[in-house]
Design a protein around this ligand. Sequence first.
Ligand SMILES: Nc1ncnc2c1ncn2[C@@H]1O[C@H](COP(=O)(O)OP(=O)(O)OP(=O)(O)O)[C@@H](O)[C@H]1O
Length: 816
Amino acid sequence: MAALESLRKGVLGFGPLGINGDEEEAEDSPTVLLSVLAQHGQMGLCFYDTKDSSLHYMIDTADNYELQLLARVIQEVSPHVIITSAKQERCMTSFLQQLGSNPDYKPEVVTYPYVDFGLEVSKQRLLSAHLPFVPASISERDKMSYLSSCISFDSPLMLRAVGALLKCLDRRRVGVELEDSSVGVPILQFHSYTLKGVVCIDRDTYSVLQIFKSELHPSVYKLHSGEKEGLSLYGILNRCRCKFGSKLLRQWFLRPTLDLAVLHRRQEVIRFFTSPRNSDALSNLQSSLRNISNIPTLLRRMSLSHTKVTDWQSLYKTAYNAVCIRDTVRHLPQSIHLFRDISEGLSDDLDHIASLISRVVDFETSLAENRFTIKPNVDPAIDEKKRRMMGLSDFLTNVARRELEHLDPRIPSCCVIYIPLIGFLLSVPRMPSMVEKEDFELEELDFMFLSEDRLHYRSQRTKELDNLLGDLHCDIRDMETAVMTQLQNIILERSASLYKVLDLTAELDCLMAMSSASQEYGYTSPKLVSHRKITVTQGRHPLLELCSPVFVANSFQSSESQGRVKIITGPNSSGKSIYLKQVGLIVFMALIGSDVPAKEAEIGLVDGIFTRMQSRESVSVGLSTFMIDLNQMAQALNSTTGNSLVLIDEFGKGTNTVDGLSLLAASISHWLRKPPMDVPHVLLATNFHSLLQLGLLPSSGLLSLLTLETAVDGEELVFLYQLKEGICQSSYAANIATLAGLPTSLVQRGVEVSELYRTGRLIKRIDKASSDEQANRCRSVVKMFLSLDLEDKDLDLQHFMKDELLPSAGELPNRS
Ligand SMILES: Nc1ncnc2c1ncn2[C@@H]1O[C@H](COP(=O)(O)OP(=O)(O)OP(=O)(O)O)[C@@H](O)[C@H]1O
């Protein structure tokens, strides 16, 4: 043990091992339990994730009466269990009721008595929680101050929520259901969770912009292995080499940020790796990243003493490669924040862990015997026992030879074997005369069992051997297990260094993934500014440009001087929706720190992206399509600030034309009448050309009108997809209908009726013979009406209708 002790202290050199054990991931479906307490406009919450046994806490934050912040957390985390106090404010009651009415998401709601949310009770629970990362040397008295460095003690509501969460974990024995009752639910780390500075984007926007393809809730905490991402922004940018890199990238996607410092930190790394000069560093780092394993899973197994041989291999590879990454990064410019953090943050603990594992664990034998085996020179006592064990075989041959001399002369040979837990036995071949059990009895020997045609006996001599050497094997195992436990403890005490590896390498992985996507697709680094302006020069749709052989780039400018409300008209299929989505995606990409598909871009950070685009299917929500449209529009009207981006496509189509048009006009007017500072960036596509033709909007310097160019080549309509200023004069519906394959006669009749309607002329039915006579009769009726003098006191309307008008009208033609 002395050698192990010396390893504890010293840092020894090490090199790569020729090991190839694949990491085996624990893929039980993870559970997230969230505990929340809301009081007097403040909210404190925390949640436990079984996937990595981590406790995430959010410092007490103000929330509104609708608990929007809580809704946002639930949207992101998707807890399976929500724990709250039985004594709660009305806002929480109605929040939970509302949650219950969502058919897509049904968490289990658990209420505990208010006392379980007591501050002192919670602190006590925290102190007695199973926290393997707390060094054993820390006394009970100092534990509280140690813990206050891991979790904020300034947030009473959150701390009280932690108390209830720990009670629930304990009661349900989450993740340790099958363990002995003495094994507590491990908490391997505390994580601060924040939504500060997060750009507001709802689920519909994520789906309509195709940021995530999966129809499931895009939650980080629900991403199971095997789930495939279709064509989506996440899909094309996610070139991460490790799982936790992908997971972090997903988190970035779910939390686009307004924090310029965070975005600049990401941009500087991407800029470094997109330079062709640095491609070697990129590929070196990526190959090391591949060997970083899922640290939380490994540490979790360690905390439960379930460490497998392959876990030791993975941990060694992880520590070794983390050191390689750090050493490579130390040669890169330290002016880049992430590089400096890696150089300084990946501590010597990693060298220590790697060298310790490589000095202690005998991987070859461990793999062969499928149990933890240690190398020589770690513990002299074990070495001594192993030596005796090795010498045993020669020694046993001698013993067997001597035993044979005393045996029945008919027995040709014998050997002495050792079976762990049973001990030493004399093994002789079964002879043909030995048929019945009685035949097995031999003089001075105790028959034990028959196996594979060999008979096993205990003799006086083997009993002596048992006393002398019998526990050797078990002793070695026990001693090696003790070394393993000690090694585990050393590593668990250094788990903070390993989590740091996880955080920093995940960030590096994401940024390298985004850099290679940027390089491959020809993106540019956007200039991020804090003022209210968006300028995109020759922007492209990041997904469509990959599927379409030719993509026409279009620019976008939105500012006080260039207009903040843009209305785009254009025939169907002219590219309006794509343009809207393209702007949304470019802004979104800038807000996660990524490069963007454009020649140049200057993006003023927006606090939210609101969309009203195609409706999600309404069956599951129980709302009509039009109602969903209205809900989305209401969100955009009520929640936007002068710093939001609003994308509206075809609003008002779900009801009759006049009502839809008026609602649309009223909504745009609402924004245009606001003070310029409060007008969001609005990009609106519509087929209601009368919105502009009838002059339904107030005149405003903030309004600009755009259209997408088309050309008519003979009968054929050609889409040019080029954006220009102006209004679309025709919907070209007939041309598009012909393109879509509608019968020509039908299209012609449509054109005819549309023309008559537009010019206010009579539309004649084609299914009934109409005659000039009928038309004349109509005309005479109108004439008679017009000749009426309504001011005439003697006018007898009854007589006029009955005797003059109706006989002359005959049968009136119907309008078709
Ligand atoms: N800039 C572009 N470059 C190349 N192709 C484009 C471009 N924009 C759109 N397209 C093509 O045109 C198709 C139709 O585009 P989009 O759906 O945006 O039309 P739309 O005007 O919104 O139609 P609707 O009014 O019927 O919704 C796209 O699927 C795409 O194939």
